[in-house]
Write a protein that binds this ligand. Structure first.
Ligand SMILES: [Mg+2]
Length: 120
């Protein structure tokens, strides 16, 4: 299965794929449980990088550009980083993220219009 090009690959297979890449780079050399908080902080770090993209004067939501070193940048890339870190964390901790997404989406469908009365 080619996780990078096959559109039929599910979230759990993609999670395993991104986990294996991270593991091959040495990011999973120790027990993942004590690192759970750090993994969450790293997800937040990617959200912050996405926020920095949105703040730019020339912000274009779909633009992907290369940094001076050739690294892909832009909101799509930072959102991808968020997803990659979420999927990696799920795989590292043995979470069935595909089931969790379907379960929570089904629950969200049952919620009332703008439930909770919050503005955003
Ligand atoms: Mg990033």
């Amino acid at each position: 299965v080619d996780c990078e090009t096959d559109p039929t690959v599910g979230l759990n297979a993609l999670a395993k794929h991104v986990y294996e890449i991270a593991a091959s780079k040495g990011w999973h050399d120790t027990d993942p449980l004590p690192r759970a908080a750090t993994m969450l902080v790293n997800i937040h770090g990617e959200v912050s990088e996405a926020w920095e993209e949105v703040r730019k004067a020339d912000f274009d939501p779909t633009r992907i550009y290369a940094s001076e070193k050739g690294k892909p940048e832009g909101l799509p890339v930072e959102l991808a980083d968020v997803l990659i870190r979420v999927l990696d964390m799920a795989a590292a901790l043995g979470i069935d993220i595909e089931h969790a997404v379907r379960l929570k989406s089904a629950f969200n469908e049952t919620r009332p219009h703008r439930h909770g009365g919050k503005r955003a």
